[in-house]
Design a protein around this ligand. Structure first.
Ligand code: HPA
Length: 271
């Protein structure tokens, strides 16, 4: 497998003169961040050896390599969700390719349902921990010792220094942010009211269908992770309304501006 990650990484490197250390994955409805990079290289997933390609019509998915306010980044526009039928090896693949390219920090955004009673639609939540409720784990299978240990420590999965930096930025820029625990589950169903309640009881503040597999993979490989959710709907007792994917996308888009601002500033601070 390592050879495949390497081959994909070598191909990507051959397409760019940059060597980004920061990877960014964009969440549903949060593609606008791509407009804030000065693109140097734009590579369709299906041109990259062994790279998974999207099954969802319309969005093939591509890697953007460029500069965000002068800082080199590699951005995945289009991610792989477990609910689409990708096995965890595929979900993990791009992260490991980034690792082979020399990426040391990963920023992941997502749209999520809010579980904490003081969250409102449009709020941002910095992820300070997660609960893996996917029916599996991307590290199941033979361990690739060259990437990381068999039994990775998860006591600080979300890099504390990045969280503190993001809080400081939010404070300086007057951006409202929460901190909390993200529960990741497979979907594609949204939650029943009983499931929202259960998630809140077990300690989650937000819920979504992504991020956890990518972050586990990255953390295993020693990549420092930062995750942030845009709250697009509420799973709070008494406030639960019908929700659709379109609404999630629209609410994410509408509230993307502060997310882009925060991430841009964080990227500069990491650099
Ligand atoms: N549940 C699961 N995933 C989600 C939600 C939700 O309420 N909102 C956005 N993604």
């Amino acid at each position: 497998m390592l050879e495949k990650y390497n081959e994909a990484a070598e191909f990507i490197k051959s397409q760019t003169s940059l060597s980004p250390k920061i990877g960014i994955i964009l969440g549903s409805g949060l593609g606008n961040m791509a407009n804030s990079i000065e693109i140097e290289s734009n590579i369709d997933y299906h041109n990259i050896p062994y790279f998974p390609t999207s099954t969802v019509s319309g969005h093939a998915g591509r890697l953007l390599i460029g500069k965000m306010d002068g800082v080199e980044v590699i951005m995945m526009q289009g991610r792989f969700h477990f609910y689409e039928g990708y096995d965890m090896n595929r979900v993990a693949f791009p992260i490991r390719v980034m690792k082979m390219m020399g990426v040391t920090s990963l920023i992941v955004s997502n749209a999520a349902g809010g579980l904490s009673p003081n969250f409102e639609i449009g709020d941002l939540m910095i992820i300070n921990d997660h609960i893996n409720l996917f029916p599996t784990n991307p590290l199941i299978g033979p361990n690739i010792d060259a990437l990381g240990p068999r039994f990775p420590d998860m006591s600080e999965t979300y890099y504390r220094k990045y969280i503190n930096k993001a809080l400081e930025i939010a404070n300086n820029k007057n951006i409202k942010v929460h901190q909390g625990v993200y529960a990741g589950l497979s979907g594609p169903t949204f939650e029943t009211p009983a499931e929202y309640k259960y998630l809140s009881i077990i300690g989650a503040d937000a819920v979504g269908m992504s991020t956890v597999p990518e972050v586990i993979t990255a953390h295993h490989a020693g990549i420092k992770c930062f995750g942030i959710s845009v709250i697009t709907d509420l799973g709070v007792e008494g406030k639960i309304q019908k929700v659709s994917h379109q609404e999630v996308m629209d609410n994410a888009k509408q509230n993307e501006e502060n997310l882009v601002l925060l991430v841009t500033e964080l990227v500069k601070a990491i650099d």
